[in-house]
Design a protein around this ligand. Structure first.
Ligand code: UDP
Length: 478
């Protein structure tokens, strides 16, 4: 008689509702399914389609197993948000951020009810065996305790940034700094690496005050301390032992499971008009000639800074693919300038293609025409660039992006710094924000881009990093 097969473990995956957290955590769910787990992804109605489309793509391209996407009503209106506002990147202004956190808390009650239903299922394979939750779904630990299963947290940060945060929580060097600009050590890596930051460059919870609110910040930290483990979108070899150091510093299991953007295999042709336009424009460009510019799912600059950047981009010698968020809210004179100096339609021989919607970033980065990436150093973008072997010019905006810049430029040596010292305000904003002024001048951007593109060229020349890695690849298959 055959032994009964034990049911595959059932993971409940609950992304925090903001686009850049949903993307990698859904990909992690797909990877778990490819490893034989059953996965339920709990999301909100307005986000279910985004989640389902990623799941469909992963399942079409690989052996990803059973994944169920369940949407649970998100109480936007009850919390004082516009109807359908179910992601942080849809929150209209910083003053609505506390309402978004309130909605997330209420959402937790409905998620808990759903998990109880799953746990009461007559089929053992439906009962959750592990919860993986986005960093702001602080109620997830209560749910996992009630179910008697482990809970893992997913921040969407690099292991290095998490390690810096842990050091900051424990040793609080920022509290002893005389000003927001005074540099202090965050000695998380051994020499020769030096990690020094100013307080205004730190993630929001370390600023004197921020739009999230003290009670929510306290809950976030309590959640971090309560979980059984940390899942990171990274790989152990990348961050100079940061994952192991993080495990030591926190006493928790740390599992680096990325780069998750690779879980879809070859980039699937994206159906949107913007995506087709980008890819057709890139196809018409020479290998390793294009500068790609994008600042994540929501990155917007004050108009004066936007103009300094824009003028450097339209006057640089390389073709530029520039993704712009919030173009509709730019002042009329900036819109007019954009209209006159960039191409919005994807004319094959244009020098600067401006994409105002959602660009297919992963396929863009792996396109052979792309030589360099001007990025805000969001961890998703950073790791996608690493996975595609594209060097970066770092223009951090906020959150943990200045920490990522340090990793990119000084620790890994895979990018250059534009030289930004102050954060740019976004919907999540803190005292370190700098309104309206242009900190970075056009000439400074140009100098950084020249260094970046020279770095890209050097990487491919004999003895360069890409050259040597190609050699290694060839050697590994002979
Ligand atoms: N992204 C994209 N197209 C865009 C803008 C962003 O595909 O036009 C994706 C990008 O590939 C990445 C994520 O959105 O996966 C952005 O995450 P990241 O951590 O870099 O930045 P955030 O949005 O959190 O600032």
């Amino acid at each position: 008689m055959e032994a009964a097969l034990s049911p595959e473990p059932h993971f409940v995956v609950i992304p925090w509702p903001t686009t850049s957290h949903i993307i990698p955590l859904v990909d992690i769910g797909c990877l778990l399914a490819a490893h034989g787990a059953a996965v339920t992804i709990l999301t909100t109605p307005a986000t279910a389609q985004l989640v389902q489309s990623r799941v469909d793509r992963a399942q079409a391209g690989s052996s990803a197993g059973k994944i169920t996407v369940t949407s649970i009503p998100y109480p936007s209106v009850e919390a004082g948000l516009p109807a359908g506002c179910e992601r942080l990147d849809h929150v209209p202004s910083p003053d609505k951020v506390p309402a978004f956190f309130d909605a997330t808390m209420r959402f937790g009650d409905a998620v808990a009810d759903h998990c109880r239903l799953l746990n009461a299922s007559s089929s053992p394979s439906r009962r959750p065996k592990c919860v993986i939750a986005g960093m702001c779904n602080t109620w997830a630990h209560g749910i996992s305790s009630e179910l008697g299963v482990p809970c893992f947290i997913f921040h969407g940060f690099s292991a290095f940034a998490l390690l810096c945060c842990e050091y900051l929580h424990t040793h609080k060097p920022h509290e002893a700094a005389a000003s927001l600009d005074e540099l202090f050590d965050v000695p998380v890596l051994p020499p020769p690496f030096e990690c020094r930051f100013a307080r205004r460059q730190l993630p929001l919870q370390f600023l004197p005050s921020c739009s999230i609110g003290q009670d929510s910040l306290r809950e976030l930290r309590e959640f971090e301390l309560a979980v059984d483990g940390i899942v990171v979108n990274s790989f152990e070899e990348l961050e100079h032992g940061s994952a192991a150091r993080l495990a030591e510093a926190t006493g928790k299991t740390v599992l680096a499971v990325g780069p998750v953007s690779l879980c879809h295999g070859a980039p699937a042709p994206d159906a949107s008009d913007d995506a087709r336009r980008c890819m057709a424009w890139l196809d018409a460009k020479k290998t390793q000639s294009v500068l790609y510019v994008s600042f994540g799912s929501g990155g917007r600059m004050p108009p004066a800074q936007f103009m300094e950047l824009g003028m450097s981009l339209v006057s640089c010698p390389w073709p530029v693919l520039w993704v712009i968020k919030g173009a509709d809210s730019l002042p009329d004179d900036v819109k007019k300038w954009l209209q006159e100096h960039t191409d919005a339609d994807g004319v094959a021989d244009s020098q600067c293609l401006a994409v105002r919607g959602w660009a297919p970033q992963v396929p863009i980065l792996s396109h052979p025409a792309v030589a360099g990436f001007l990025t805000h150093c969001g961890w998703g973008s950073t790791l996608e660039s690493v996975a595609a072997g594209v060097p970066m010019a770092a223009w951090p905006f906020t959150a943990e992006q200045f920490l990522n810049e340090k990793l990119i430029v000084d620790v890994l040596g895979i990018g250059v710094s534009v030289g930004v010292t102050k954060p740019t305000e976004g919907v999540l904003t803190g005292v370190g924000g700098e309104p309206a002024k242009a900190e970075v001048r056009m000439e400074q951007v140009k100098r950084a881009l020249e260094k970046l593109m020279a770095k890209a060229k050097a990487a491919l020349e004999t003895g360069g990093s890409s050259y040597m890695n190609l050699e290694k690849l060839v050697q590994s298959v002979v």
